[in-house]
Design a protein around this ligand. Structure first.
Ligand code: SF4
Length: 88
């Protein structure tokens, strides 16, 4: 038996690290969870503003997939409640 990590484990760790790397670019990373997972437009406003300059906006909505996960909060520049867009 060897102490070396398996090729599969190393590949998984590399893939996980890459995923975390692009998430670090989120413009809302410094904002409160209360704003990110807001249910009301007024609470979501700081994150919605950040979305306008977010470099990972498309990935955010693709990963969260709000309409299929009944998501509550902000994703991809829009506020969602129970997977439906909240319009202001
Ligand atoms: S697009 Fe997503 S990751 Fe970017 S600021 Fe908006 S909620 Fe955050």
């Amino acid at each position: 038996m060897t102490d070396q990590p398996s090729v599969t484990a190393t590949a998984s760790a590399t893939a996980a690290a890459k995923e975390l790397d692009w998430r670090r670019g989120a413009a809302c990373a410094h904002l409160s969870e209360r704003s990110v997972f807001a249910r009301l437009p007024a609470e979501a406003e700081p994150v919605l503003h950040a979305c306008g300059r977010c470099p990972i906006r498309k990935q955010c909505e693709a990963v969260v997939d709000p309409s299929h996960t009944w998501f509550d909060g902000v994703s991809g520049g829009r506020l969602w409640r129970n997977g439906r867009e909240v319009t202001r």
